[in-house]
Design a protein around this ligand. Sequence first.
Ligand code: TLP
Length: 344
Amino acid sequence: MKMVDLRSDTITRPTPEMRRAMADAEVGDDVFGEDPTVNRLESMAAQLLGKEAALFVSSGTMGNLVSLLTQCGRGDEVILGDQSHIFFYEQGGMAALGGIHPRTVANQPDGTMLPEDIEYAVRSDNIHFPRSRLIALENTHNRCNGYPLDPSYLRTVKALATQYRLKIHMDGARIFHAAAALDVPARELVAMVDSVTFCLSKGLCAPVGSVVCGSADFIGEARRTRKVLGGGMRQAGVLAAAGIVALERMIGRLADDHQNARKLAEGLAVFDDLSIDLERVRTNIVFINIARTDVTPVELAQKLKLQGVQLLPTGPRQLRAVTNYHVAEADIHYTLEAFGKALR
Ligand code: TLP
């Protein structure tokens, strides 16, 4: 039976071109800085995002952790959204491994934190308080409808950061998805931040890898942090080669995933048993709320799987669908039919 996998865009598999590039990759010892393919990926990434330097890391989680550990010390505080991936899904790594204190602020449905809430969270100089050091943003915002943060909001946060002498880190796991949705170059979305992580393995089809970008000084320190976390990867050019193809070939098609997500959301909104915040569907992530009480998200996901469609339960009444490279427009129709049968 055909299976449409909408659980995540992390499920994307390397394209034939990527596999060829991986097989042919020129490699060296990256801990000595001698892997030409990793070096090429890092300089391409830095250039693409308008930053001085970049660092190839194994995952988005590692990129965020490396960035926070590099920019903050023990007892420092990070202001971040209560729905952010860093807070929600990364095992509290900043606290567990870095002694960094998370200060959460409510995320709005569009992934922003209200500027007044950020300002209220900034600590004054007082012996009782941790020191506010950094604001962490997420773009697109996974748990907030995959919504993109636009340049005007980012400038507002930058003004606050400047006023209070805070750094900004962006979890840009899907920064190119945001750029496609807003129709602005990705570099415009990261110009205001000190560090950014983006993922090669979410929708861009690389099998492994993320890249951290920032100033040359920051990346020099981040390279040390990556090493202490065990992230020095030696002949990593076989992985970076797929990342290069991802940057060259896969970014341009992300708008197709957004369009398919839109079609899926509009098709699902017709079902009385489901509710979708259609206005918030701007990228490839669709949250589906179940209005009925006689079926749990896990049960509905099981029924859908029997009809050849996989989704991820993400809350007590909620499922998530993420369109990606392996989901074609015809698969959206197939998915809508599967919902019809599963809800019957
Ligand atoms: N997100 C995954 C799951 O962890 C939820 C997904 O399926 O969406 N930042 C953001 C915004 C992410 O969405 C993710 C992965 C990460 C960081 C972590 O990346 P990895 O999995 O490479 O460590």
